[in-house]
Design a protein around this ligand. Structure first.
Ligand code: ADP
Ligand code: MG
Length: 250
């Protein structure tokens, strides 16, 4: 479903070159929920932006549903929904419905398709009561729902969330968690980055751990717990990094 093959990404300017991704390689099957873990600067956003066709790999390739993100970006974009961080980018002066309609137009949905889809999302997210109210007066949790609904307007198979709960209060974080459960039941494939271990262990089937641009682990979370003899992701993550550094030193 998503094939990330030996992806390297270098950012260069006149003086410096930063390698944000180093030969990253893993695949994500349909219907899986993957947690992307890593410290600040590990390369999580760069990887998600590369999958979303927004960045060109310096080396290697990414395929989504068999389509290369560089050769067939349009086919890839149709199939993915993306939400980067807290930037909800909603128009406060428009109602929730109008915000969603605006995005439906960008994705080329017909008027009828748009109406059906908005009704569906409003029901799914419990937004029917405030669909026709201006977003300006919404709570964070309500905004979060509209932002996620917008990400899903074209009913994508794959959803990428970059640090979706960073900076959110507990109520809004719970909104996100419930929605992920729901999307998972609908068979969606989800990759989300986080540094909240608890969130990852609650929601994910598998984890991808990144450190300084390298993938230090990818696999099923249950297998990880077994092989590490612990269910403490925080501890496992730290010990993987320590072992990783030992390998670099030798
Ligand atoms: N547009 C850019 N130009 C130059 N360097 C960048 C750019 N985007 C990210 N980087 C660098 O790439 C590395 C990985 O960044 P990022 O993918 O944002 O990490 P994360 O999301 O895990 O915090 C960092 O060293 C960051 O400074
Ligand atoms: Mg980031």
């Amino acid at each position: 479903m998503i094939e990330i093959n030996e992806v390297t990404k270098k950012f260069k300017d006149k003086k410096t070159s930063i390698t944000a991704l180093k030969h990253v390689k893993f695949t994500v099957e349909k219907g899986q929920v993957v947690g992307l873990l890593g410290e600040n600067g590990a390369g999580k956003t760069t990887l998600l932006r590369t999958i979303a066709t927004l960045l060109t790999p310096t080396d290697g390739y990414v395929k989504v549903a068999g389509y290369d993100t560089q050769k067939n970006p349009e086919e890839v974009k149709k199939r993915i929904g993306v939400l980067f961080g807290g930037e909800t980018g909603l128009y406060d002066r428009l109602t929730a419905r109008e915000n969603l309609e605006y995005f439906a137009v960008l994705y080329g949905l017909s008027k009828h398709e748009t109406k059906v889809r908005i009704d569906e999302l409003a029901r799914m997210f419990g937004m029917r009561d405030y669909l026709n109210r201006k977003v300006g007066g919404f709570s964070k949790g309500m905004r979060q729902k509209v932002a996620i609904a917008r990400t899903l307007i074209h009913n994508p198979e794959i959803i990428l969330f970059d640090e979706p709960t960073t900076g959110l209060d507990i109520t809004s974080s719970n909104v996100f968690r419930q929605l992920v459960h729901q999307l998972k039941r609908d068979g969606k494939t989800i990759i989300f980055s986080s540094h909240i271990m608890e969130e990852v262990s609650m929601l994910c089937d598998s984890v991808a751990m990144m450190h300084k641009g390298e993938l230090v682990y990818h696999g099923h979370i249950e297998e990880l717990y077994q092989s590490e003899g612990s269910q403490d992701l925080n501890y496992i993550f730290m010990s993987k990094l320590v072992r990783g550094n030992e390998t670099y030193a030798s």
